[in-house]
Design a protein around this ligand. Structure first.
Ligand code: GLN
Length: 545
């Protein structure tokens, strides 16, 4: 029988429910259980695809092409699972489904109401598309008490009764603020948050307590007494300086043990295999040197906007035994600088990455960064928009197409990056509509890419001629320009199998210059970095010496 674990949060937001749920998932996975990781977001956007990264952080893309919350990235990296489209849902999607059903007449003349129609829609998501996993872990976005979350809590309460309370575990992530003047951790906000949760009919089973200092016996006793849990179910989650220490820290504090005990599964449970996490933490503790890489992007004030890129660098650093520091360089600031000033600004870095992005802001700065890297033989890695910028730069400055640009950014240009209308995926035709909704015209999810030339950098990196990587974009390099670019030393080394869409470009005469139309950061995991990130970091280390 599948067991269901809900991670809820109280007191304040930003406590790291995503990582908490992912770390618990990783511990259960390490004990040999099959798991599924899911996210419920009460907000009213139908999906996060059209939200600003400043609001929401990065949009994470799954293998099957869902645009999701960045927490699904944590799930994949920690619990080593591939999330699916059906693993993420928002309040907006729930209401959208309900209203569509109402319009279709599915409710047969009934008055459509929050309960049961909306709550039923939420409940049907909870069990949809499951395949007999041992554990399904749901993270509930927001903080207990949020108006938007009310119906979600109601649906979860009903669900727990229906599947049997013994099959559900509520983990409550909370904060114990430390008051300097009193010199103690405060439990009162947690007591209030638990009361709010009780008003929704949900009794927390385990308290996971974020705190700056260790939890004393007194606080533990108080929390147990006022929050209706056993003292052993008050689990300390002390702040750590490295998120990859969290699975080990939770295991030390017996979070996985208490969860298994709750389900009556502790007897006979396999011990977790935590070798991987120990090796990661040990490697990171043993660094004696670092390299520094400039990420020239648009949302640099909020590194969460590039979460998976940061984590992919961490993983590539672990694989290469060298710490990777990332400098978030604002592309807009580079725009106004002269070539000499750009050179001065980017000189301190061992490599340059231009990430994905949309719209015009900072574009000229990204093109300057690509030009600097190409001309000064600095390792360059362009992701999606970062590849498109490298193509535009090369078309303008090497091929002499002065008005080369992307159709996304400039209506009156020679569009070397444009919207391809028809292509093939897995042998089937895909069509990009001319004027679909903004959310509906992207090439999303994993697509195959053929790498024909065994001597290419791409082939050497992947060690194979057919790869799959995840996409999220509308525009593509126009293959018609491949010949002129190749004459100038910029070659297309990866193509969609139908030969229509350039997927990888590189400069063979450069120490390391690669641009990819896909997003390799999404498939990087701490113990198995994406091969391009690993090779790029190696090239930067070689340059640093
Ligand atoms: N804006 C570009 C496009 O839609 C690039 C997207 C991206 O970098 N993810 O093609």
């Amino acid at each position: 029988m599948t067991k269901y674990i809900f991670t809820l949060g109280g007191v304040v937001s930003s406590l790291g429910k995503g990582i908490a749920s992912a770390a618990l998932g990783s511990l259960l996975h390490a004990r040999g259980y099959t798991i599924r990781m899911r996210k419920l977001d009460p907000y009213l956007n139908v999906d996060p695809g059209t939200m600003s990264p400043y609001q929401h952080g990065e949009v994470f893309v799954t293998e099957d092409g869902a645009e999701t919350d960045l927490d699904l990235g944590h799930y994949e990296r920690f619990a080593n699972v591939n999330c699916r489209k059906t693993d993420s849902i928002s309040g907006g999607r729930i209401y959208f489904n309900v209203l569509q059903k109402e319009r279709r007449g599915d409710y047969l003349g009934a008055t459509v109401q929050a309960i049961p129609h909306v709550s039923n829609e939420i409940k049907s998501f909870l069990t949809s598309d499951l395949t007999g996993e041992d554990f399904v872990l749901y993270e509930v976005g927001g903080t207990v008490g949020d108006i938007e979350g009310t119906l979600f809590l109601e649906a979860i309460r009903q669900f727990a009764n229906e599947v049997g309370r013994e099959n559900v575990c509520f983990v409550f992530l909370t904060l114990l603020p430390y008051i300097d003047t009193a010199g103690e951790l405060k439990t009162k906000p947690t007591q209030h948050a638990i009361k709010t949760l009780l008003e929704a009919g949900i009794q927390a089973d385990i308290l996971l307590c974020r705190s700056k200092i260790a939890l004393g016996a007194d606080e533990r006793r108080k929390l147990a007494l006022f929050c209706n849990v056993a003292a052993d179910d008050v689990v300390m989650a002390l702040d750590v300086d490295n998120i990859y220490k969290i699975p080990l820290a939770y295991h030390e504090q017996k979070l996985d043990v208490q969860v298994l005990k709750h389900f009556g599964m502790l007897d006979g449970a396999a011990a977790p295999d935590l070798k991987k996490w120990r090796a990661i933490v040990d490697t990171m503790a043993s660094y004696d040197n670092h390299i520094e890489i400039a990420v020239v992007g648009k949302y640099c004030a909020l590194p969460d906007a590039y979460k998976s890129i940061g984590e992919a660098f961490t993983a590539a650093g672990i694989a290469n035994g060298r710490k990777v520091k990332v400098a978030w360089v604002d592309a807009e600031k580079l725009e106004k600088l002269s070539d000499a000033e750009v050179q001065k600004a980017l000189k301190p870095y061992h490599g340059i990455l231009v990430p994905g992005g949309f719209g015009n802001r900072g574009i000229a700065g990204k093109i300057k960064a690509a030009q600097y890297a190409r001309e000064h033989k600095v390792p360059y890695f362009g992701i999606c928009l970062g590849m498109q910028m490298a193509v535009i730069e090369a078309c303008r400055n090497l091929c002499g197409i002065a008005d080369a640009d992307s159709a996304e950014l400039n209506e009156r240009c020679t569009p070397v990056i444009s919207k391809m209308k028809v292509w093939e995926k897995d042998g089937k035709k895909e069509i990009r509509p001319d004027n679909g909704d903004l959310g509906g015209t992207m090439r999303l999810g994993a697509y195959p890419c053929a790498i024909a030339d065994k001597g290419s950098l791409a082939y050497r990196i992947y060690g194979q001629g057919l790869i799959r990587e995840r996409h999220r974009h509308r525009y593509e390099m126009d293959i018609a320009f491949a010949g002129r670019l190749a004459d100038k030393g910029v070659v297309v080394s990866g193509l969609s199998p139908d030969g229509l869409l350039p997927e990888i470009i590189e400069i063979p005469a450069h120490p390391f210059f690669i641009g990819v139309q896909f997003h390799p950061e999404f498939t990087s995991r701490p113990a198995s970095p994406n091969p391009i990130f690993k090779a790029f970091v190696k090239a930067c280390i070689d340059r640093a010496g």
